[in-house]
Design a protein around this ligand. Structure first.
Ligand SMILES: [Mg+2]
Length: 142
């Protein structure tokens, strides 16, 4: 049961206390895509989201995206994000594999990372079983 419980909850990605996470030793933020970084099936980032991602980078965080979406539907987002924001698609969350791949690309260990997503059975469960601090958001709101 503990594996289905998020370590913390927040209304949206804009309500997470990132400075506190940094102070507690977290160095990477992994975002789910649909209903977390944007609307479901969004193919572009909202400008406020882009600003948040850039702000996190300037604070020193490594930032990545972990999505169960397939290649085609995320192609434009991959080029929009650029190589500094690695995106792993078809992650098959809650499988551990996608998390491991992304942690490797971000060059951090599981205990240094947080996962932010809207779904308990994929984002939260997957993060918890990898030992990644899990934060469940209610959904996307700009
Ligand atoms: Mg989602």
């Amino acid at each position: 049961m503990g594996l289905l419980r998020a370590d913390e909850v927040a209304h949206s990605i804009f309500d997470v206390d990132y400075p506190r996470l940094w102070a507690s030793g977290k160095r990477a933020v992994i975002f789910d895509l649909d209903n977390t970084l944007g609307e479901r099936r969004a193919s572009k980032l909202n400008p406020e989201v882009r600003r948040l991602l850039d702000d996190l980078r300037s604070r020193g965080f490594r930032v990545g995206v972990l999505t169960n979406r397939r290649w085609r539907s995320v192609e434009s987002l991959v080029s929009e994000l650029g190589p500094e924001f690695p995106l792993v698609r078809m992650a098959h969350k809650p499988s551990r594999r996608g998390y491991a791949t992304l942690l490797g690309r971000l060059e951090v260990s599981a205990v240094e990372a947080v996962m932010i997503g809207d779904r308990t059975l994929t984002d939260v469960f997957g993060a918890n079983r990898c030992g990644i601090h899990s934060i469940r958001v209610s959904g996307f709101s700009a």
